[in-house]
Design a protein around this ligand. Structure first.
Ligand SMILES: Cc1ncc(COP(=O)(O)O)c(C=O)c1O
Length: 365
């Protein structure tokens, strides 16, 4: 079976983990700050806080910009469910707006049309690693929290790397991501005040100079262990190769699928650069996407519907009464999309096998 994803881990990660184990300091040790500094430097962000997941990073980012009970946050319905869930963690309301049919990111005009007197912030998602149009959203002067969990390595048209515009931006390090710590996340941000608040809230609301017993605000246990930070540091060392490997596989896919009747991820335009995370194809109208997934499996190839529309998930339907037809671009894309195997060490032979299987699956030509 060709798997969907496979992390690249080697001697450097093994050694790094062993060193932490031998040091005896498994959490809140020196690797935490070292990882934060190295990550911030690597992407060019002013501050970075390492946390236990991309979801935790998003949650603390929303709190940092002041999202509260009853606020509205405008976001994309084509995303992993966590980007909407974190809004609910603060008892605010996720207000969805439709996506751009080419980039698959939040459509800035639709987002603007969704602004009300209760709008507190935008939560754009750099979906499938393609930079969202954050500059267009910035014109409204509202706080922005970026979901960059899929977008390490992406660059905006003006040359700013995703996650360095000063807004809190969340990265994720789950095992399928560009780099991994098993589970983990990082929030980058431009404000020292935000950094201070995030560092405290990830650690039960403790101020840095406080002892064990005093906590001056509500907090969480969103800490990333030193073992994970050590893996992250080793992964950062090889990040250039990991990103280049993904870009190489994406180019192979493009070539192999050039004559196949499926939609492929949009090309980089106007200086925007994708940080390759997944390779998502769209089957033509009239082809049963789920049947294609089953067919691929029978041919030894893992794939999955990616991504379902959040507003049509049963929890969101029941809670907010969402119905099909509200966000037609998102719904059309969500119904026809599937992620195919994609990882840096994928061989040319494996890419050809997937492409050929896609051709044969359910009568695609
Ligand atoms: C777009 C998006 N947002 C948020 C997340 C949540 O990240 P994590 O799984 O690290 O909590 C993910 C990762 O799966 C994601 O792809």
């Amino acid at each position: 079976m060709i798997p969907l994803a496979r992390p690249v881990l080697g001697d450097a990660e093994e050694l790094a983990v062993l060193e932490v184990l031998r040091s005896g300091q498994l959490s809140l040790g020196p690797r935490l700050e070292a990882f934060e500094r190295a990550f911030a430097e690597r992407i060019g962000a002013r501050h970075a806080s390492a946390v236990s997941s991309g979801t935790a990073a998003l949650h603390l980012g929303l709190r940092a910009v002041g999202v509260e009970d009853g606020d509205e946050v405008i976001t994309s319905p084509l995303s992993f469910v966590a980007s909407a869930n974190v809004i609910l963690y603060e008892r605010a309301r996720p207000v969805f707006a439709d996506i751009d049919p080419v980039t698959l990111n939040l459509d800035p005009d639709a987002a603007a049309a969704a602004i009300t007197g209760r709008t507190k912030a935008f939560l754009p998602v750099h979906i499938f690693g393609y930079p969202a149009d954050v500059p267009a959203l910035e014109r409204h002067g509202l706080p922005i929290v970026e979901d960059a969990c899929e977008a390490l390595g992406a660059v905006h048209a003006d040359g700013t790397p995703v996650g360095t515009r000063g807004h809190p931006a969340a990265f994720g390090f789950y095992a399928n991501k560009q780099m991994t710590t098993g589970e983990g996340g990082m929030l980058t941000m431009g404000s020292a005040e935000h950094k201070q608040r995030v560092d405290s809230e990830r650690n039960q609301g403790r101020a840095p100079d406080m002892g064990w017993l005093d906590h001056d605000r509500l907090g969480f246990n969103y800490r990333l262990t030193d073992v994970q930070c050590a893996i992250g540091l080793a992964q950062l060392e090889r990040l250039e190769d990991l990103l280049a490997g993904r870009a190489r596989v994406a180019a192979l896919y493009r070539e192999a699928l050039a004559r196949v009747d499926v939609g492929v991820p949009c090309d980089d335009t106007d200086g925007e650069r994708r940080g390759w995370f997944v390779f998502v194809v769209q089957v033509p109208h009239g082809v049963d996407r789920d049947e294609v997934v089953r067919d691929l499996r029978s041919r030894g190839i893992e794939s999955k519907p990616y991504l379902p529309a959040i507003h049509l998930m049963s929890f969101y339907r029941e809670r907010y009464g969402h119905r099909p037809g509200e966000f037609p671009v998102c719904e059309d894309v969500a119904a026809r999309s599937l992620a195919v195997p994609f990882f840096p060490e994928m061989t040319e032979g494996e890419v050809s096998r997937v492409a050929e299987a896609l051709v044969q699956a359910s009568g695609l030509t």
